[in-house]
Design a protein around this ligand. Structure first.
Ligand code: UT7
Length: 321
């Protein structure tokens, strides 16, 4: 028995913010952002909430899968920027969709969030415990950015992607690898709310995402090709067998480096970062939906998904579409 993605969906906020728009409000330029990252624009939430975006993406995925929300056994949401601390995004999504019988919870693995949620769903399906699982990855990262820190805020965007997974005899997930390195977590962090109980003296100042970009870059270009190679070996495949590599969209230079290290042409690495920026847990499912809707995935194609990010965390999955 395999876990097959049988429907995908995605939703981006309406407001498009181009590099030129940012250069009017901070000391940056289209040339710097494009040449260092490949990003030209991103969508930022102004009116939308994350649960609205996630619900829109989920409805598309359910429709393609031909499954009603009330048939869902589980909802897993990869996110670090749920609208509320409580309830979770997954539980809010359950309410929005009317998925009354689903078990729902969030997974915090930053940019690997969708991969980790997908691999968790795979284990539940293979165990026979659940059949129909909605896996979501989405963020409104713009609320976690320091808009005075040009080295981080220009990189990220908002949006949500979804996939419905079901058991299948022939197609689906062939292998997966996951990893974490908490010892190096400080290179990409966002401190949470400070304790303010009556017995502590503390500042209540809000904290934002802070990143040592070069350390994260080195981590990504070393770890992602290794994770993909391990996942391929577990699946008994080689890079030549793979039709598409759907990678986390952080920086075009990282994707080019992975393509070079794996000796796979860039044509096999679709991207959306030029108009989406880095949407953390949303990147992989939004891109997957884009390639699915554009008809770039045919039944039987071999696909690799890979993510990496804060934690540090990383994951790769190999599947037959
Ligand atoms: O989802 C996973 C999360 N993140 C990543 O994967 C990010 C990985 N890292 C990267 O993508 C790159 O390290 C960055 C794109 C973040 C930065 O590129 P870089 O080539 O490592 O640049 P840098 O940080 O070394 O900065 C070079 C210069 C600095 O100026 P000085 O010190 O050389 O005068 C920065 O102050 O660029 C300056 N700079 C900017 N200039 C214009 C930093 N941000 C900006 C900006 N506009 N937005």
């Amino acid at each position: 028995m395999k876990t097959r993605i049988c429907g995908t969906g995605s939703a981006l906020p309406k407001r498009v913010v181009k590099n030129e728009d940012l250069s009017k409000i901070m000391d940056t330029s289209d040339e710097w952002i494009k040449s260092r990252t490949g990003i030209a624009a991103r969508h930022l939430a102004v009116e939308e909430t994350l649960v609205q975006l996630a619900a829109e993406a989920s409805r598309q995925a359910l429709k393609e899968a031909g499954i009603a929300a009330k048939e869902l056994d589980m909802i897993l949401a990869g996110t670090i920027s749920a609208d509320n601390i409580l309830p979770s995004l997954a539980c809010e999504l359950q309410r929005e969709l009317g998925a009354a019988k689903a078990v729902a919870f969030d997974i915090n693995a930053a940019c690997s969030g969708f991969l980790f949620a997908l691999q968790t769903a795979d284990v539940y399906i293979k165990s026979g415990q659940y059949r129909n699982i909605l896996v979501v990855g989405g963020e409104i990262l713009s609320k976690l950015m320091d808009w005075n820190d040009r080295s981080t805020c220009v990189l990220f965007g908002d949006g949500a992607g979804a996939a419905v997974v079901c058991p299948d005899e022939t197609c689906g997930i062939l292998s997966g690898v996951q990893g974490s390195d908490g010892a190096r977590g400080s290179v990409l962090s966002c401190v949470g709310r400070r304790n303010n109980n009556p017995y502590v003296t503390n500042s209540t100042a809000l904290s934002f995402v802070s990143m040592d970009g070069q350390e994260v870059y080195k981590f990504a270009v070393r770890t992602v090709p290794k994770a993909i190679a391990e996942a391929l070996e577990k699946a008994g495949l080689t890079v030549e067998d793979i039709d598409l590599f759907v990678l986390h969209q952080a920086n075009i230079r990282i994707i080019e480096s992975v393509s070079k290290r794996l000796k796979v042409p860039m044509e096999k690495f679709p991207t959306n970062l030029s108009w989406c920026g880095n949407i953390s847990a949303g990147s992989v499912p939004i891109l997957l939906d884009d390639v699915n809707r554009r008809g770039l995935l045919k039944k039987g194609d071999k696909v690799v998904l890979a993510g990496f990010g804060a934690g540090l965390t990383w994951g790769a999955s190999v599947m037959t579409w």
